[in-house]
Design a protein around this ligand. Structure first.
Ligand SMILES: [Zn+2]
Length: 105
């Protein structure tokens, strides 16, 4: 809930248009996002996330696979649902691509 993440609600991950009301088109980009969670002192900076970014409003969309990858990376820091790990205040920088490859190994 507190995670600031905009992901596409569409089932079709190849969606190339922005939301209704925006004339923008989506273009693949590797983006950096800061993830904070209410109640957690840890700020996670994810670099190199593959996303589709609207050229008009700047909204970023992630495929389901990428969204799951983000969840996996954030989990040790932000937990899930009502459970938030008891960690000291920290700022963590994670390279999405490297983290994914490490996960697959
Ligand atoms: Zn847009």
């Amino acid at each position: 809930m507190g995670i600031q993440l905009e992901e596409t609600k569409a089932k079709n991950a190849t969606l190339k248009r922005c939301l209704k009301g925006c004339s923008g088109q989506l273009r693949p980009e590797a983006i950096t996002r800061v993830f904070r969670r209410t109640g957690s002192p840890v700020e996670v900076i994810l670099e190199d996330i593959p996303a589709e970014v609207c050229q008009v409003c700047g909204r970023a969309f992630f495929s389901q696979e990428i969204a799951r990858g983000i969840d996996r990376i954030l989990f040790p820091f932000h937990g899930k649902h009502r459970h938030i790990p008891d960690l000291p205040p920290a700022r963590v920088i994670v390279d999405f691509d490297k983290a994914q490859r490490k996960d697959a190994a």
